[in-house]
Ligand binder design. Sequence first.
Ligand SMILES: NC(=O)C1=CN([C@@H]2O[C@H](COP(=O)(O)OP(=O)(O)OC[C@H]3O[C@@H](n4cnc5c(N)ncnc54)[C@H](OP(=O)(O)O)[C@@H]3O)[C@@H](O)[C@H]2O)C=CC1
Ligand SMILES: Cc1cn([C@H]2C[C@H](O)[C@@H](COP(=O)(O)OP(=O)(O)O[C@H]3O[C@@H](C)C(=O)[C@@H](O)[C@H]3O)O2)c(=O)[nH]c1=O
Length: 288
Amino acid sequence: MKFLITGANGQLGKEWVRFLELKGLPFDAFGSSKLDITNREEVRNRLKECRPDVVINCAAYTNVDEAEDQTELAYSVNETGVEHLVSACMEYNCKLVHFSTDYVFPGNFEDGSKFPEGYPEDAEKRPVNAYGRSKRAGEIIIEKSPLDCLLIRVSWLCGPFGNNFVKTMLRLAETRNELSVVDDQKGSPSFTFDVVEKTFQLLKDGKSGIYHISSKGKISWADFAEEIFNQSDLKVKVNRIPSSEFPTKANRPAFSLLSNQKLEKEGLNVLAWKAGLSVLLKKLNHPL
Ligand SMILES: NC(=O)C1=CN([C@@H]2O[C@H](COP(=O)(O)OP(=O)(O)OC[C@H]3O[C@@H](n4cnc5c(N)ncnc54)[C@H](OP(=O)(O)O)[C@@H]3O)[C@@H](O)[C@H]2O)C=CC1
Ligand SMILES: Cc1cn([C@H]2C[C@H](O)[C@@H](COP(=O)(O)OP(=O)(O)O[C@H]3O[C@@H](C)C(=O)[C@@H](O)[C@H]3O)O2)c(=O)[nH]c1=O
């Protein structure tokens, strides 16, 4: 199986590159300067040159707050870019693996009681911010296409590469001994290394369709921050605050837990969130 990775310099893209290198599998990987998915011809040409069996799309516009103002740009990557990939994959007969987000769901507090295990794959989609709407638009392109696709939704993604909440907390801890973190947004982190491993297994098993891959447990960002500091032996006090005291340009869902039940029915068990965090912190302390 030969792979082509887009968005290869992002946190998930880099995890795929590392994984495929370790497995010794053939792949081509392109950052945005070598393969801009908003450019239809460039996408077509790369697939024509590389002839992959599977395209792994890690390219995305991911700045949740900036997407409120740069909405057109967010859609051009998260919707039009996906359309270009789908059409080139159809032409060159490859499978597409695409990633989406927990932020496609309405995320209202009441859904927490309606879906105690988290949102199932087919729950109603009603994003509360521009980033979520642009990602949902990309999902719709895939859902409407006859192409063989795996659409993987992840949440609160973090891993050893790129930027994420864990790294932000560790960076802030260098200069602060107290932090205010929101306690009324509930979900669960997806760890890049677990996401890549599970997605690869789904691919090997010939699976298609939509799957959620997160970690076990339901936490708030404040719970997450506290555990990051505990496991890192850092004395930082976490003040639990409501979202209203941490104003941001974009609204964020109060509940965005993803259910892993469909994945588990395939015999694939995700990490518990604390175990995933412990693996991540070890990787950050001992980079390859
Ligand atoms: N980060 C998170 O918390 C979550 C992410 N996701 C989804 O997971 C996937 C991976 O996210 P993640 O790795 O964190 O994102 P990153 O922001 O780390 O990486 C995205 C990459 O996409 C590249 N990119 C942007 N625009 C284009 C373009 N036009 N053509 C080609 N590449 C482009 C960026 O390159 P450059 O830097 O050069 O612009 C960047 O390297 C995305 O689909 C995202 O929506 C889902 C839930 C949570
Ligand atoms: C840095 C910081 C953040 N926060 C809050 C803001 C926000 O509600 C939450 C997380 O902050 P972030 O900036 O990491 O969050 P955000 O950019 O919303 O992360 C999202 O990214 C996109 C791409 C996704 O798809 C989502 O799954 C999700 O991971 O923590 C604090 O309360 N205190 C702080 O000191």
